[in-house]
Design a binder for this molecule. Structure first.
Ligand code: PBG
Length: 328
């Protein structure tokens, strides 16, 4: 009988050995917690497909932000559901818009909490698309890339003026990182970084988010601007473009089904990489846990560790608060 010389199990015997040789860590310092702001007062509306996640009015968002900061999460990602939608999404950039008001209120109450804003039009347009819709013949339509860029510049600038620490464009128009960078720089916001949704797939895992943000497209889908789920080389091109245009952080979205893409970007780029564990991933774990089919705490820890192992620096997750409160 031959026995191998090297036995990996020698270093797995005790907690002390295991932690001595552990390669990756998940810590709450690297998490970003998404928040949904709605008009009104004292609103805390549950999102049925995302147990534990709420649409909140600005007063409640401020309390939530305090709590998030107190438990050690450094950043929130703000989405807004406006009072009114129109074809160009004009409430996305008005000074009294929902996100602008939420940013101001959070930065006043908890100045040290980093407030990141999602820059997109889909929550604000009556048709639910992320850009300007141009009708062609019959049911055929297209999203006009270049006229959308000007609107995105206005949105990003209005967020910066309200006090956002970082903007995160999620629309997937070509050239938007460069356009937003230029608008920020020309208006005295050279210090505001851009976290680009660089690699964002046309995924079905966004379903519950579209309930939360009330932004499902009213016709068609997002496949003409979001990425084809079959492609990975394309992810490298998207990321390279965003980097050249001035992105400070590259994001991959969704998360768990796209760990290969996170790994690919990690090998190619030195910029910080963020992974977005999206609504559908959250809902799957929650639903299974509520049925007693999975141990929620352990599965959340394992999923966040998978992002770290794949090479993500930052994780955007609806589990941020749960993770910060759990004792690992
Ligand atoms: C807006 C946006 C979406 C998400 C983040 N920003 C929805 C979409 O692209 O359809 C999804 C986030 C999630 O599912 O948690 N463009």
């Amino acid at each position: 009988m031959m026995f191998p010389e090297y036995r990996p199990r020698r270093l797995r015997q005790t907690d002390r050995f295991r932690s001595l040789v552990r390669e990756n860590y998940v810590s709450k310092e690297h998490l970003i917690y998404p928040l949904f702001a709605v008009p009104g007062k004292n609103v805390k509306e549950p999102i049925s497909s995302m147990p534990g996640v709420f649409q909140m009015s600005v007063d409640n968002i401020v309390n939530e932000a305090k709590e998030v900061f107190d438990i050690g999460i450094p950043a929130v990602l703000l989405f807004g559901i406006p009072e009114r939608k129109d074809s160009s999404g004009s409430h996305a950039w008005i000074k009294s818009g929902i996100v602008q008001r939420a940013v101001e209120a959070i930065k006043t109450a908890v100045p040290e909490l980093l407030v990141v804003t999602d820059v997109c039009l889909c929550e604000y347009t009556s048709h639910g698309h992320c850009g300007i819709v141009v009708k062609e013949k019959g049911d055929v339509f297209r999203i006009d890339n270049d006229s959308t860029l000007e609107l995105l510049q206005k949105v990003a600038l209005s967020h910066a003026r309200a006090g956002a620490d970082m903007v995160a464009p999620s629309d997937m128009m070509d050239g938007r990182v460069g356009a937003i960078r230029e608008a920020l720089d020309d208006n005295g916001f050279e210090h505001v970084p851009i976290m680009s949704y660089a690699v964002k797939y046309a995924s079905s895992f966004y379903g519950p988010f579209r309930d939360a943000a009330e932004c499902a497209p009213q016709f068609g889908d997002r496949r003409s601007y979001q990425m084809d789920i079959a492609n990975s080389r394309e992810a490298l091109r998207e990321a390279a473009l965003d980097m050249e245009e001035g992105a400070d952080i590259l994001m991959v979205k969704p998360g768990m089904p796209y760990l290969d893409i996170i790994h690919l970007l990690r090998e190619e780029f030195t910029l910080p990489i963020a992974a977005y564990q999206v609504s559908g991933e959250y809902s799957m774990i929650k639903a299974a846990a509520q049925n007693g089919w999975l141990n929620e705490e352990l599965v959340v820890y394992e999923s966040l560790m998978a992002f770290k192992r794949a090479g993500a620096d930052i994780i955007i997750t609806y589990f941020a608060k749960d993770f910060a409160r759990a004792s690992f």
